[in-house]
Design a protein. Structure first.
Lengths: 592, 225
C-alpha cells in the first residue's frame, strides 16, 4: 500500500491478497492461510527479513516484487517501505516541503527508532502499528496501520542499510546498484508521469538533495550488503536470491500436529494408569478448572453427546452449557471493592468486576459460545479467529482474524482479559495458534481463559507445556483421542473437515512414512472403490501408489515447498477424534 | 454454581456475611464468590438502570435455577455419540413446574425459561398481608416438582402463603424448591421451620430486616425496578 495513496487511510482486512496500485510501496501478500509460525513450545519462529537498499529509482521495488512473487507459496509476505517512517514534521518543515526545499533524502529524515521498533515487533511475529505518511500533506497522518502475521518481511528504502540497528535485524541484506544516469532518467519519467512534477523541479531537487545523499549515504551503505544486484537485466540475480531465501525458509518449516497428538497420547496413557485423584491434582496445577460434575451438568452433557439429539434440543442445551461455563470462568477474574448505595439509603460494600473483558471465538465451533457469553456479559466485544486445518497437512491454518480494537492496540492490550471460546479441544493445535495470536498482540498469558465444553487430556498437556499460565475452564475432560479412519464422503457429521472446517474434534494427522500410507490404502481398498476420489480421477490403486512414491523420491524438495504437490491420495483419511466426544459441534449447532 | 471446593477467588463476602448466620439444613446458599458479589452490587446500587438491573438479576436467577435443578433426581442413561462411541450419562427425571409469586416473581420467569425448555409456569398472587388473591396453577401440578420463584424473602409471609396454596393443590412438600435472590435470616428461619422438607435456594442472606420489614441492605422493591 502506498503511503501517499489516500485509499489506504482506511485499514483493510489484513489476511487478504491485495492488488497494489502502481505506486504503492507497502504491500501484503497472503495466500489461503497461515500455517503455524511457532514451535510446539509456543515460541515464535522469527520472520525472515530481507533489507533492500539502493538509490532512488534504482529498482528496489521491482526486486522486492520479484522476490514476493517467487515466494507465492509462503502464507504472508510483507513489503515494508521506508517511506512510512518519515519523521513527523513541524509546520515550518511542511511549508518547506511544499516548496520542494525539504531534504527527505537525508538519513535524519527517517524516524529510525520507530522503524526499528516496528520491524523488531514484526520479526518476532508480534502485531504492530506502523505510521502512515502522506506525500500529499507531507506529514505523518494521525492514524496508524495495523500489521500482523508476516512470515517474510522485505524492507525497502534508500536508507534501508543505513542504520546499524536496522542492519542487525536483517537476515539478508541486498543492495540494488544502478547507473546514476539510468536512475535519473527513471526518476524524471516517474515523477512527471505519476507525481505531476515538472522537469525543472525534479532536476533541481536531484542536484540539491538526491545526488548528494546518494553519494554520501546510499552508495557507501552498499558495503554492508550481502549481495549486490544490478538495477536492470537482473533476472539471474533475482533467481539466485530467491533460491537462497527459499532454502532458508525451508529450514524453518514447522509440522508438529502429529507430534502433539502422539506425545499427548503417551502422556494420557501414562495418566490413565495413575489414579483419578492424581489426575485431578495435576489438572489443578495446570490451571484447568473442571466444572463440578453435578447431575444437571451430566444430564446436559448426555443430551449433547447423544447422536439422536435433534438440533433444537442441541442448541438449547449448548447455550445453557456455555452460560454455565462462562459463569464459572468469570469467577476466575479478580474483582475490586466498590461501595454503592441501595434504594433504602444504606451503603453497601460490594465489588465490581473488571470490565475490560473481550470474548474471542475460534470459528466456527466457538460460535455456539458467543450466545452464552452475551447472556452473561452485556455488550461484551466479541472477536473471532478463523482457524481451519489444512486438509493436506493436517496443520491448523490461520485464515482470518477479526479482533476488537482494544486487542489490536498495543497501549490497551496489556490490560485486556480474554475469554477464548471454542466448543472442544482435541489436540490443542488450534488453541495453541489462537493463544499465540493473542500473545503476539501483547495480551498477557495470565489474562487468557480458554472456555470449552470438552477437552482431552493430551490437549491439556500440549497447551500447558507451551502456555502454562493460560487457564482452561471446561465442562468435561475426555480421556483420549482415538484414531479413526474416515472416508471423505461418509460420516460428514463427524468429519467437519470435508467442508474445510477445523473442529478440534477431528484432526487429520499427516502420515509420516510412505510404507504406512500404502498399508492404510491396502486396508481400506474396498471402501475406496466405493467412493471414487475426484482428485485422482480414474487411476488404479497401484498406479496411485506408484505415483506417490515417485513424487516422494524425486521431488522431495518441491514437496517441501509446494503444498499443491502434496495430494490426498484417497477418499480416506486418518483422524484423531475426541472419544467419546460429542461429534462436530459447529455442524450440529448451525446445521450443515 | 455452588461448589464444595470453592476456587481461590471465593473470598468471604464483605458487608453482610452468610457465615455469621446459622442456617437451617434445608436452606442452601450459593457459593459467595466475588463474582456473585459483583452481581449483587449492581442490583443493589440505586443508580443502576433498569436494563442493567434486569440483565444482572437474570444472571443470578439462572445461577439459582441451575443450582435448584441439581436437586432433581436423574437416572443413568447410555447414549451413542456421533463418533460411534458409547457414553454413560444421565437423563433428567420428573417434570417440573415454575410458580411465580406475583408480581416480583414474574421477573424470574425469563431466567427459568433459559434453563428449562417448555416449563409450565403458574401464577400466585400476594399482598403484604399475604392474602391469596389469585392462583392459576397447572392441573397436573401435584405430579410435578415445583420451582417457586420470589426474588425477595423478607418476613416470609407471602412465601408461606404460596406454599400452603401449593400443598392444597396436592404438591408434595419435598418436591418444592423455593428460589430466591436475597433473603433475610428471619425469613429463612420462619419458612424452613414451618416446612422442614422444603428446600430454599438463595443467592445471598442479608443482615436483617428494618422496622418496615424491608431487607437490609437489600435492593428496594424488586418488582418496581
Amino acid at each position: 500500500m502506498s503511503s501517499h495513496n489516500p485509499d489506504h487511510l482506511h485499514p483493510r482486512p489484513k489476511l487478504q491478497a491485495r492488488k497494489s496500485s502502481p505506486r504503492s510501496k507497502n504491500m501484503v501478500m497472503a495466500s489461503h492461510g497461515r500455517a503455524p509460525w511457532y514451535g510446539p513450545d509456543g515460541k515464535n519462529v522469527e520472520a525472515y527479513v530481507v533489507g533492500i537498499a539502493g538509490g532512488s529509482a534504482s529498482g528496489k521495488t521491482s526486486v522486492a516484487r520479484a522476490i514476493l512473487s517467487a515466494l507465492n507459496y509462503v502464507p504472508t509476505v510483507l513489503i515494508l517501505s521506508q517511506d512510512s517512517f518519515y519523521c513527523a514534521h513541524t509546520d515550518e518543515e511542511i511549508e518547506m516541503a511544499f516548496n520542494n526545499d525539504l531534504d527527505l533524502d537525508h538519513p535524519n529524515s527517517i524516524d529510525t527508532p520507530l522503524f526499528v521498533k516496528c520491524l523488531l515487533d514484526l520479526k518476532q511475529g508480534k502485531a504492530t502499528e506502523i505510521p502512515v505518511y502522506s506525500f500529499v500533506h507531507h506529514q505523518r497522518m494521525p492514524e496508524k496501520k495495523y500489521i500482523y502475521g508476516a512470515s517474510v518481511i522485505i524492507v525497502e528504502g534508500i536508507m534501508a542499510l543505513q542504520s546499524p540497528e536496522l542492519r542487525a535485524l536483517y537476515d539478508l541484506k541486498v543492495f540494488v546498484n544502478c547507473d546514476s544516469d539510468l536512475m535519473l532518467a527513471r526518476r524524471i519519467k516517474r515523477d512527471t508521469k505519476e507525481r505531476g512534477r515538472d522537469v525543472d523541479g525534479i532536476l533541481d531537487q536531484y542536484l540539491r538533495f538526491v545526488k548528494s545523499s546518494y553519494d554520501n549515504f546510499v552508495q557507501p551503505s552498499s558495503r554492508y550488503a550481502d549481495i549486490i544486484v544490478p538495477g536492470s537485466s537482473n533476472q539471474l540475480a533475482i533467481e539466485l536470491l530467491v533460491t537462497h531465501v527459499k532454502r532458508q525458509l525451508d529450514t524453518r518449516s514447522l509440522r508438529f500436529r502429529r507430534m502433539l497428538a502422539e506425545e499427548g497420547g503417551e502422556q494420557s496413557k501414562a495418566q490413565a494408569r495413575s489414579r483419578a485423584s492424581t489426575l485431578v491434582n495435576e489438572n489443578n496445577e495446570r490451571n484447568v478448572v473442571l466444572l463440578e460434575q453435578t447431575n444437571q451438568l451430566l444430564g446436559i452433557m448426555t443430551i449433547l453427546r447423544d447422536q439422536s439429539t435433534d438440533r433444537g434440543e442441541f442448541i438449547f442445551h449448548a447455550d445453557r452449557l456455555s452460560t454455565i461455563v462462562v459463569e464459572k470462568a468469570l469467577t476466575l477474574i479478580p474483582c475490586e471493592t466498590k461501595t454503592v448505595r441501595t434504594p433504602l439509603g444504606i451503603d453497601y460494600e460490594g465489588s465490581a468486576t473488571d470490565d475490560r473483558l473481550v470474548g474471542i471465538s475460534i470459528l466456527r465451533s466457538g460460535g455456539p459460545f458467543s450466545h452464552g457469553l452475551r447472556r452473561v456479559i452485556r455488550d461484551v466485544p466479541i472477536g473471532a479467529m478463523l482457524i481451519q486445518s489444512d486438509p493436506k497437512t493436517g496443520e491448523p491454518l490461520l485464515l482470518k482474524t477479526d479482533l476488537p480494537s482494544s486487542v489490536k492496540t498495543r497501549e490497551t492490550s496489556g490490560e485486556v482479559k480474554i475469554l477464548l471460546l471454542d466448543s472442544q479441544m482435541g489436540t490443542g493445535a488450534a488453541a495453541l495458534m489462537a493463544i499465540r495470536v493473542l500473545l503476539d498482540h501483547g495480551i498477557q498469558s495470565t489474562n487468557i481463559i480458554f472456555l470449552t465444553y470438552l477437552i482431552t487430556q493430551p490437549a491439556i498437556h500440549s497447551v500447558h507445556r507451551a502456555f502454562p499460565e493460560v487457564k482452561i475452564v471446561t465442562a468435561s475432560i475426555d480421556p483420549e483421542l482415538s484414531e479413526m479412519h474416515l472416508s471423505y464422503d461418509t460420516n460428514s457429521l463427524v468429519l467437519g473437515e470435508t467442508s474445510g472446517e477445523a473442529d478440534f474434534a477431528v484432526r487429520t494427522i499427516e502420515e509420516s512414512s510412505t510404507q504406512e500410507r500404502l498399508d492404510n490404502l491396502d486396508l481400506n481398498q474396498e471402501g475406496q472403490e466405493e467412493i471414487p476420489d475426484n482428485r485422482d480421477g480414474l487411476k488404479t490403486e497401484k498406479e496411485l501408489s506408484a505415483d506417490k512414491f515417485k513424487v516422494r523420491v524425486n521431488e522431495t524438495d518441491r514437496l517441501k515447498f509446494s503444498r499443491e504437490h502434496k495430494r490426498n491420495q484417497s477418499g480416506e483419511k486418518r483422524v484423531w477424534v475426541i472419544s467419546p466426544g460429542m461429534g462436530h459441534i459447529g455442524d450440529r449447532y448451525y446445521s450443515s | 454454581m455452588s461448589s464444595p471446593n470453592p476456587t481461590t477467588t471465593c473470598l468471604p463476602a464483605s458487608g453482610s456475611n452468610v457465615h455469621k448466620v446459622e442456617l437451617p439444613e434445608n436452606a442452601l446458599v450459593l457459593a459467595p464468590t466475588r463474582q456473585l458479589q459483583s452481581l449483587l452490587t449492581i442490583i443493589r446500587d440505586e443508580k443502576t438502570q433498569r436494563g442493567d438491573f434486569v440483565f444482572t438479576s437474570d444472571r443470578i436467577i439462572r445461577l439459582l435455577v441451575e443450582e435448584g435443578l441439581n436437586h432433581l433426581p436423574v437416572v443413568s442413561k447410555k447414549v451413542i455419540t456421533p463418533t460411534g462411541k458409547e457414553y454413560e450419562g444421565v437423563a433428567f427425571q420428573g417434570r417440573i413446574c415454575g410458580v411465580s409469586i406475583m408480581r416480583a416473581g414474574e421477573a424470574m420467569e425469563a431466567g427459568l425459561r433459559d434453563c428449562c425448555r417448555s416449563v409450565r409456569i403458574g401464577k400466585d398472587e400476594e399482598t403484604t398481608q399475604a392474602k391469596l388473591f389469585y392462583a392459576k396453577l397447572p392441573d397436573d401440578i401435584s405430579k410435578r416438582f415445583v420451582l417457586l420463584l420470589d426474588p425477595m424473602l423478607a418476613t416470609g409471609g407471602s412465601c408461606i402463603k404460596a406454599i400452603e396454596v401449593l400443598l392444597e393443590h396436592g404438591v408434595e412438600e419435598e418436591k418444592i424448591l423455593f428460589l430466591n435472590l436475597i433473603a433475610s435470616p428471619e425469613g429463612i428461619q420462619k419458612v424452613c421451620t414451618r416446612f422442614p422438607k422444603l428446600r430454599i435456594i438463595t443467592a445471598w442472606v442479608d443482615e436483617g430486616l428494618d422496622s418496615n420489614s424491608y431487607i437490609v441492605p437489600g435492593l428496594g422493591d424488586f418488582g418496581d425496578r
